[in-house]
Design a protein around this ligand. Structure first.
Ligand SMILES: C[C@](O)(CO)[C@H](O)COP(=O)(O)OP(=O)(O)OC[C@H]1O[C@@H](n2ccc(N)nc2=O)[C@H](O)[C@@H]1O
Ligand SMILES: Nc1ncnc2c1ncn2[C@@H]1O[C@H](COP(=O)(O)OP(=O)(O)OP(=O)(O)O)[C@@H](O)[C@H]1O
Length: 282
């Protein structure tokens, strides 16, 4: 029996600008995605009976809605394979945290099963499939820090600095759909060039969702205000997590320890390549 145990890393949006709204309601954005070394773990075991079996439930998510089950079934349909898989998910990333955990789990399922079932799809083909599961799936399939446009699926690999991040989860769960529906959301930012984005610093390194999210979730506003006393701090995605970058691990761990009642805090290293792709050599 063959089993692959693979990481599903989190992402941070180092900046997030919303530049418009498409006719289907989805928003066009510009973002710098950075993968970090905070991960869920997924074990994939091949089965000959064609079944997709989930070993452990994600609380609050029906098995048929679980993004890893949906990703596995999608790949079965797209390839016509008769193979199945047993999926075991060891979850560390918070749900609705803006760290892209569900999307990353789906991406690891697609990339991992493509290897396990020896299907031979390219990463581009898997990313296109994954987009139907969520706007953040393609960057995790792509497996590299990226400048992204469209709804996050038009990706250009970039190399970012790799600081130590303090990531604080203020204990609330944010509905991405509700933030994007909020009438007060800034959705007309002027598009900027990738070169300008990569220069870094204010005013480009901002998150357009921040004002709406701070208004709707006071706990996130408080966590951001607190973390900003230590270093420039931002929201990732639509939250709930906020983060700040530090040059050395020691300072990052000291700040994480002091986060106290603002929520659960992690220290994570910024990466440019995904540990998933390192593990599979792809
Ligand atoms: C905000 C980001 O986290 C930035 O990385 C992502 O764009 C969100 O990606 P995601 O969580 O995978 O979002 P999805 O599951 O695709 O979408 C959730 C809901 O958010 C809204 N949505 C999402 C992405 C986007 N570019 N425009 C939107 O308007 C849509 O109403 C959608 O129904
Ligand atoms: N395997 C899974 N892990 C986490 N969430 C899942 C999973 N499958 C389905 N979901 C659903 O997807 C929702 C979003 O989860 P996710 O962890 O990706 O949020 P997020 O970190 O806010 O993502 P993003 O940054 O893309 O907005 C959850 O609230 C949950 O209902």
């Amino acid at each position: 029996m063959t089993t692959l145990t693979l990481p599903a890393p989190a992402k941070l949006n180092r900046l997030l600008h919303i530049t418009g709204r498409r006719e289907d309601g989805y928003h066009t954005l510009q973002t710098l995605f950075q993968i970090v070394d905070l991960c869920d773990q997924l074990s994939l075991t091949a089965r000959e009976d064609g079944e997709i079996q989930l070993v452990n439930r994600v609380p609050g998510v029906a098995d048929d809605d679980n993004l890893i089950v949906r990703a596995a079934r999608l790949l079965q349909r797209a390839s016509g394979t008769r193979q199945g898989a047993t999926l075991a998910l060891d979850k560390s990333l918070p749900m609705g945290g803006g760290l892209g955990g569900g999307s990353s789990d789906a991406a690891t399922t697609l990339v991992g099963l493509n290897a396990l079932w020896q299907l031979g799809f390219s990463l581009e083909e898997l990313a296109a499939l994954g987009l139907s599961l969520g706007a953040d799936v393609p960057v995790f399939v792509h497996g590299h820090s990226a400048w992204a446009e469209g709804v996050g699926e038009q990706l250009t690999s970039v190399s970012l600095d790799t600081p130590w991040f303090v990531i604080v989860h203020p204990g609330v769960s944010v509905s991405t759909a509700a933030v994007f529906l909020d009438p007060q959301l800034t959705r007309d930012s002027r598009p900027i060039t990738m070169a300008r984005a990569l220069q870094g610093g204010a005013p480009e390194w901002r998150n357009d969702c921040e004002a709406v999210v701070k208004r709707r979730y006071p706990a996130i506003a408080e966590a951001l205000d607190w973390l900003s006393q230590h270093a420039p701090s931002r929201l990732t995605g639509t939250g709930a997590c906020v983060f700040a970058a530090f040059d050395d691990a020691q300072t990052a761990y000291a700040v994480a320890e002091a986060a106290g009642h603002h929520g659960h805090a992690w220290v994570a290293r910024g990466l440019n390549t995904s540990p998933l792709h390192d593990a599979l050599g792809c």
